[in-house]
Design a protein around this ligand. Structure first.
Ligand SMILES: [Mn+2]
Length: 388
């Protein structure tokens, strides 16, 4: 059984620090796997700095995983072919993937994972005890689920004087966590060091420059024809080197690629959003909008967020098929009062074994086999009606 009973968050960071200090050393071959969103890449960037400091070499093997490939088929084969001494995974909900975790446990000397999405009781049995698995939700405090960027930030502080708080702010904002009152210390640092990030922008596409950074960083992963090129990671790494978040959207040097991707993505988002008035189902007897879109880009979350802005009383469910699977994102308008976590738990309870669901109180997601779309829709509507 994986170690579970941490006293507090500090003890979790202690355990992570101990892992990095004990297991890593010069000459060790390390693979880092991170989720391809702002939270995943910012945590991955902090971790990369720490790995490179200890191993005294550039971290060559960095793999990013899109939301739609949680099953990790391709990535598993890629990691096997690299045959690392140490595997580090951040911001991916893999606690249920028994086969995968046992495979890694059996073939890799040391495995470290940080996640914050879900923590089921069954994870205690699924995760092999040889894996150092840390998840803020293990602490059992209802409102503490520290995104991976905050974990990376805290761990980074154990190894470096320079904190790069703005990197964590991008990750937290990406996970809709920065404007809660839990990160007041970090917000204070941003107010002091990078106040320009938080100043409201009038008449712009973005509320502030922090939000702009998030959208650019996300564009560098979700919108790439080659799943293994990590434009946003390269750009963020350079921005960190310069200690200048504005480099991300400057259009200079490596960030020119990111600027182009962001523009293309924006056009696609506008096209799909404009079509929603005709193609989305505005359920007349429920505070619900269901919209099935068709794009090769992972922009469901953005479209859903845009729709709830215009429909603050509604919950929005957006679906998109990728290959044989359908991804979904669920968002809640600010005047709607459904608890999405509770709702998605109801979907699970109703015996929907064809995929996975999860999320936060106001933003959730799902992934299931396309052939079971009808079942999913039926069960989702039941759970919606039963939730308060
Ligand atoms: Mn995250």
């Amino acid at each position: 059984m994986v170690h579970w009973n941490y006293l507090d968050w500090e003890e979790m960071i202690d355990a992570a620090e101990k892992f990095f200090k004990q297991k890593l050393s010069p000459g060790k071959k390390v693979v880092l796997v991170h989720h391809g969103d702002a939270d995943g890449v910012t945590s991955g960037l902090y971790i990369t700095r720490i790995v490179e400091k200890i191993t005294q070499a550039p971290l060559e093997h960095i793999i990013w995983v899109s939301t739609k490939s949680y099953k990790m088929k391709q990535e598993r084969a890629l990691i096997d072919s690299i045959s690392p001494d140490i595997l580090i995974v951040t911001d991916l909900d893999l606690g249920k993937e028994r086969d995968l975790l046992h495979h890694w446990s059996a073939t890799i000397d040391a495995v470290f994972m940080y996640d914050h999405h879900n923590i089921g009781e069954d994870y205690r049995d699924t995760i092999p005890h040889s894996i150092e698995y840390i998840n803020a939700r293990m602490l059992g405090y209802e409102n503490i689920w520290h995104p991976a960027s905050f974990f990376g930030y805290e761990l980074n502080r154990r190894f470096f004087k320079e904190e790069y708080a703005w990197v964590a702010a991008i990750g937290l904002r990406g996970d809709h966590a920065f404007f809660s009152d839990e990160y007041t210390e970090l917000q204070g640092i941003i107010q002091k060091e990078n106040p320009e990030l938080l100043e409201p922008l009038e008449g712009h596409d973005y509320k502030n420059l922090l939000e702009k950074c998030v959208y650019y960083v996300n564009a560098g992963f979700f919108h790439h024809p080659d799943m293994h090129e990590a434009t946003a990671f390269r750009v963020l790494a350079k921005a960190l080197e310069l200690n200048d978040p504005s480099f991300i959207y400057s259009g200079d040097d490596v960030s020119a690629d990111l600027t182009r991707k962001r523009r293309e993505l924006k056009e696609e988002i506008q096209r799909i959003y404009a079509a929603s008035s005709e193609l989305a189902e505005f359920c007349p007897d429920r505070e619900l909008i269901i919209y099935k879109i068709d794009t090769s880009h992972y922009i469901l979350g953005v479209i859903a967020s845009n729709l709830v802005k215009d429909n603050p009383n509604k919950v929005v469910l957006i679906l998109n098929q990728f290959g044989t699977e359908i991804s979904g994102e669920i968002r809640e308008g600010e005047n709607a009062d459904k608890n999405l976590v509770q709702m998605m738990l109801k979907v699970k309870d109703k015996d929907f074994p064809y995929g996975s669901v999860g999320g936060h109180p106001r933003a959730a997601g799902c992934l299931f086999d396309a052939e079971h779309e009808k079942d999913f829709r039926r069960i989702f509507l039941e759970a919606f009606d039963e939730s308060i």
